[in-house]
Design a protein around this ligand. Structure first.
Ligand code: HPA
Ligand code: ZN
Length: 364
């Protein structure tokens, strides 16, 4: 990956970042569908890709188109076309397992994975088909990928009507999947412009009434800091996905720090979708200095060309962080996870060990 080769300061810490036990909380499983697999599945499942867009002439052309996204909505157009090739439980299982394996190879030890059941349901693929595929991949990972904890988070999508979101939520509740841990919480994604959080209070109220405790939402990716504060106030979320624009409001930063509300930052995604021109523009130092907890995540790696380790290396390249600062980031990501306190303790000891080894090698 080019990013790791272009490290300005960070190559000395590259091995450390690779070994550092990582948590990933912001990865859309449908965003791991790379162009080659998209074409393979389209052929296998006899799905006609758009004929009127030259990007779909070949996987190479599609990859080239992915490198020039103009903004979030431009990306989402292609992202949702990708959904059309996923039809069977086996498709979802294969896609999910491939990602779990890849993340595991980068020393990710805890994963919280988004998926968009509402969009699949609207195109005639049942919630149970999707969820069974994801769960089968998790079961296989439990047998084959040591010490990886995996959770799933269904997201409502903002571009579809509220009744469709309520319908999806009702289906997950009826399946008993919040209660039995098949899914770990509830989130919200898709287009953000003109999507004020208060438009979605009925869905989040319903989730809370159904006993869902872990709530999150994508805000502050393109939208203003006010969307972030409003999501906290009106939707009752305890986590914000992206949230980079929260830095525009110092009082909000204090609130995030005081209430341990984690931001799941996605540095490579932000550059790919032109929210920022370069990673140096992410407010990483402000977040660290003000005690705002955050994790680093790949978002949609098949579309943005960077996996989780690339995100860590790119941040190191941009900010030249110390081992101690990485320890703070890694511990914050553990504390902000939705796993048990016992699991957090295990993960924390792993981070201690990686830091100890690094300090033994290069005291700092
Ligand atoms: N933002 C909003 N919706 C999304 C994203 C994102 O980064 N990725 C997949 N759906
Ligand atoms: Zn996202």
């Amino acid at each position: 990956m080019v990013l790791t080769q272009s490290l300005k300061h960070g190559s000395i810490l590259h091995d450390f970042l690779c070994a550092l036990p990582k948590c990933e909380h912001h990865i859309h499983i449908e965003g791991t569908l790379d162009p080659e697999l998209l074409f393979t599945l389209a052929e296998r499942n006899s799905v006609q890709l758009p004929l009127d867009d030259p990007a779909f002439e070949s996987s190479t052309a599609l990859k080239a188109r992915y490198s020039v996204f103009e903004n979030l909505d431009d990306f989402l157009h292609y992202y949702f076309i990708g959904f059309s090739v996923l039809l069977t439980e086996a498709d979802f299982e294969a896609l999910t397992y491939a990602y779990l394996e890849r993340a595991h190879a980068q020393n990710v030890h805890h994963l919280e994975v988004f998926f968009d059941p509402q969009v699949h349901m609207e195109r005639g693929i049942s919630y149970s088909t999707v969820m069974s595929g994801l769960s089968a991949a998790k079961a296989r990972a439990a047998a084959e990928l040591p010490d990886l904890s995996v959770m799933f988070i269904p997201c409502l999508v903002r571009h579809l009507p509220i009744p469709s979101a309520l319908n999806m939520l009702a289906e997950v509740v009826a399946a008993g999947h919040f209660e039995d841990g098949t899914v770990a919480g509830f989130g919200m994604s898709s287009t953000e412009k003109n999507m004020h959080p208060t438009m979605f209070t009925s869905v989040y109220d319903s989730a809370r009434e159904a006993g869902v405790r872990n709530l999150t939402a994508h805000f502050g990716e393109e939208g203003p800091a006010e969307y972030v504060s409003s999501a906290i106030t009106h939707l009752g979320v305890g986590r914000i996905d992206h949230g980079r624009r929260a830095a525009e409001d110092p009082a909000l930063l204090d609130h995030l720090a005081k209430n341990s509300i984690m931001l799941t930052l996605c540095p490579i995604s932000n550059v790919a979708l032109r929210g920022i021109a370069e990673i140096e523009q992410l407010p990483i130092r402000e977040f660290l200095e003000r005690g705002v907890r955050f994790s680093l995540n790949s978002d949609d790696p098949a579309y943005f060309g960077g996996h989780v380790l690339d995100c860590y290396c790119a941040v190191q390249d941009a900010f030249n962080l110390s081992v101690g600062e990485w320890e703070t980031i890694a511990k914050g990501a553990i504390d902000g996870s939705w796993c048990s306190s016992e699991r957090k303790q295990q993960l924390s000891l792993k981070v201690d060990e990686a830091v100890r080894r690094q300090r033994m090698m290069i005291p700092m």
